[in-house]
Design a protein around this ligand. Structure first.
Ligand code: GLV
Length: 317
């Protein structure tokens, strides 16, 4: 049986599956391992089931024992792993696509609704008994007829588009390439970011973090948005320059933000906390029982497939 280190506690049924499939080392107390602890604990192992909280940078990867052949990331994103360093060391990296599309798109829609309809302020007011209703009390932005700009029209972006369309939103998107008509579902393609942002009453960031997308939403690009736009991010915090977005909120260039992901999670920029118009969640995209189970099972299957066949369909490097 292959020996696998599982860096974070998984749901019970998934740990049971892992113990049937491998000789697995679990993290019963769900301790957040340091990079050196991961290196130390992986001694004698054939693979590691990592999570997005494990920073597998080049230095850490280079220190891993030569017996490690696979890093199976328990996430669709893999910005926490240096893919090139892994490749150089002959380590395969895999992710868990598809299974979290619906759950993440649900949070993407929640961010849009929460930001547009002033949910943060509403929750605070509801807690104070005796709020004063009036015809103009906590008036927000209606989604019907608003233009939704989707940055990154992959699986999650397409699902958000589908739900948003049913809410009456008009869908625009920017992607590296134009989708087929079947996948586009009537959405308008923009081949550059500037054009997309200039028609985005609401922006939904759905693209992966990569060298090309880091800080893509910055001081300069925010200016392309219409005044009073709403910015939401269900993908990765690295895509947004926080200071620029917070400044845009201060200047009311941006009306509200809906965020589930941040740079330096869980230490988000405190500037967001001061804003009544920031609807913020603690990285809940895939947080449903069904989805977390499917993700962990897929991360386990990825390792199993790799050791059985020498290949894995979810290899990303
Ligand atoms: C969650 O953020 C994931 O990448 O799976």
């Amino acid at each position: 049986m292959k020996k696998i280190l599982i860096t974070r506690k998984l749901l019970k049924t998934c740990e049971e599956k892992a113990s049937k499939t491998f000789q697995a080392t679990f993290n019963d107390n769900d301790e957040l391992y340091s990079q050196s602890k991961v290196v130390e604990m992986s001694n004698g192992c054939d693979g590691i089931l990592t999570s997005l909280t494990d920073k597998m940078d080049a230095d850490t990867i280079n220190k891993l024992p030569d017996s490690i052949k696979i890093l199976s990331n328990f996430a669709v994103g893999f910005g926490n792993i240096d893919l090139d360093a892994a490749k150089k060391k002959g380590i395969v990296v895999t992710n868990t696509p598809d299974v979290l599309t619906d759950a993440t798109a649900e949070i993407g829609i929640l961010l849009i609704l929460g930001a547009c309809r002033r949910a943060s302020e509403g929750i605070e007011s509801a807690k104070e008994s005796g709020w004063k209703w009036s015809a103009d009390y906590l008036i927000g932005k209606q989604l019907t007829g608003a233009r939704l700009g989707i940055l990154g029209m992959g699986r999650i972006g397409q699902k958000i588009a589908k739900i948003a369309k049913s809410l009456g939103m008009i869908i625009h998107y920017h992607n590296r390439s134009k989708l087929s008509e079947e996948k586009e579902q009537g959405a308008t393609y923009h081949d550059n970011l500037k054009d997309l942002l200039s028609v985005s009453d609401v922006l939904s960031i759905c693209c992966p973090a990569s060298k090309e997308t880091i800080d893509m939403i910055n001081k300069e690009t925010i200016e392309y948005l219409p005044k009073g736009a709403v910015v939401t991010n269900v993908a990765r915090g690295d895509i947004v320059e926080d200071e620029a977005l917070i400044d845009a909120l201060n200047r009311r260039k941006v009306y509200a933000v809906g965020l589930d992901v941040y740079k330096n999670e869980p230490n988000l920029n405190p500037g967001y906390l001061k804003h009544k118009s920031a609807f913020i969640l603690p990285h809940l995209g895939s947080a449903t029982k069904e989805t977390r189970t499917a993700m962990a099972n897929l991360a386990i299957d990825n390792i199993d497939e790799f050791f059985k066949t020498g290949k894995c369909k979810n290899k990303v490097n």
